[in-house]
Write a protein that binds this ligand. Structure first.
Ligand SMILES: [Mn+2]
Length: 353
């Protein structure tokens, strides 16, 4: 039986005040599933509740899920958030660059599965479980705790969130993720979920993929993929679909960076991938690691020290860097390679001792 975290959440919430569930900016499948399922549960417990995200919903896949499952999620900018609202953040940490501060005041709750920063913001309810492969698994445990049966659309969303974040149970899997998977599978429309998981690329991504295959660089087990958004557009014609890259002057939708890192990680010689997108005001990075000696979250933190920020998990991480602080392609590679070298040497030293 899971610990009674949901009871604690109920303990800090005031039923007379509205609850706003906030997903991190540019939400992914796990964030959407977590928010949706928490919304359903809190409404069941009699709360007046809304679900929103910062930034924009980018990528046809996430937007498609929200549409297909009729998930009532809206951009934060479209909500009139009352001053007394109680905000719960899902799948993200307050203070991160990818979390918009909605009201310029403290949150009521944080539910997340990312490795937290050294100082977690003051907050009445914090449920952070970095060993879990997805935030959806945490919310699933709230359903178990309250013996609430998830309806089919909630189960489908949760199953998809879990499978997406764990790359179909191949990374960062906790026993709790597996239990959630088997608990949800036949309650969900698993065929719909499988369809979503299979269809993560669009033909409109092909110019970006082609550019990536022409602009990668390997050194030993490490691969750098360097995407310059302006040139990707010029090289491949980009896309005239406003949904792609909306808000960021780039034909490269954010989730594509992670998909490209995943793709290069499939090369047998490559165990660590850094995909960098330049050309906008903010450079974005997506890292993947299949070498346990090279934790992607710590590598990005150290490599971007003083020039940007990042974090995530040991197998996958992401970050940003203001374009003005980008030291340039060669220098940036060197920063990463130095940090990676440091990690490997540290390990060797430990083994030698
Ligand atoms: Mn997640």
């Amino acid at each position: 039986m899971p610990v009674k975290r949901f009871q604690d959440l109920l303990g800090v919430l005031d039923k007379d005040k509205p609850v706003i569930i906030q997903a991190h900016d540019y939400p992914d499948h796990d964030a959407i599933a977590s928010g949706f399922s928490l919304l359903h549960l809190l409404r069941k417990f009699g709360f007046s509740c809304e679900f929103c995200y910062g930034g924009e919903m980018q990528g046809f896949s996430v937007a498609g899920v929200a549409r297909e499952l009729l998930i009532p999620v809206v951009p934060a900018s479209s909500l009139n958030i009352p001053e007394q609202a109680q905000i719960i953040l899902v799948d993200g940490i307050a203070g991160n660059m990818n979390v918009t501060n909605l009201l310029n005041r403290p949150l009521t709750g944080i539910i997340d599965h990312h490795q937290p920063p050294a100082c977690v913001p003051e907050c009445p309810f914090v449920d952070i479980r970095p060993s879990f492969g997805s935030c959806s698994t945490i919310i699933y445990q709230y359903y178990l705790e309250t013996m609430t049966e998830p309806p089919r659309d909630v189960a489908t969303a949760l199953l998809t969130g879990i499978m997406m974040d764990t790359a179909q149970m191949t990374r960062g899997v906790d026993a709790a993720d597996l239990a959630a998977f088997s608990g949800l599978f036949f309650k969900s429309d698993w065929e719909e979920s499988a369809y979503i998981l299979r269809n993560s690329f669009s033909v409109q991504d092909i110019p970006v993929l082609r550019y990536a295959f022409d602009h990668y660089y390997t050194q030993g087990q490490v691969c750098f993929v360097e995407l310059e958004s302006a040139r990707v557009g010029a090289a491949g014609g980009g896309s005239d679909d406003g949904a792609i890259g909306a808000g960021v002057k780039s034909p490269i939708r954010p989730e594509l960076l992670g998909l490209i890192s995943d793709y290069f990680l499939r090369m047998t010689e490559i165990h660590f991938v850094v995909t960098v997108e330049t050309g906008s005001e903010v450079c974005r990075l997506s890292l993947r690691s299949e070498n346990p000696r090279l934790p992607a979250d710590l590598v990005i933190k150290r490599a971007l020290q003083g020039i940007g920020s990042g974090g995530g998990h040991s197998h996958m991480s992401g970050g940003t860097m203001p374009a003005g602080l980008n030291p340039g392609s060669g220098e940036l590679r060197k920063k990463f390679l130095d940090v990676i070298d440091g990690f490997l040497k540290q390990q060797y030293n430990k083994e030698e001792l």
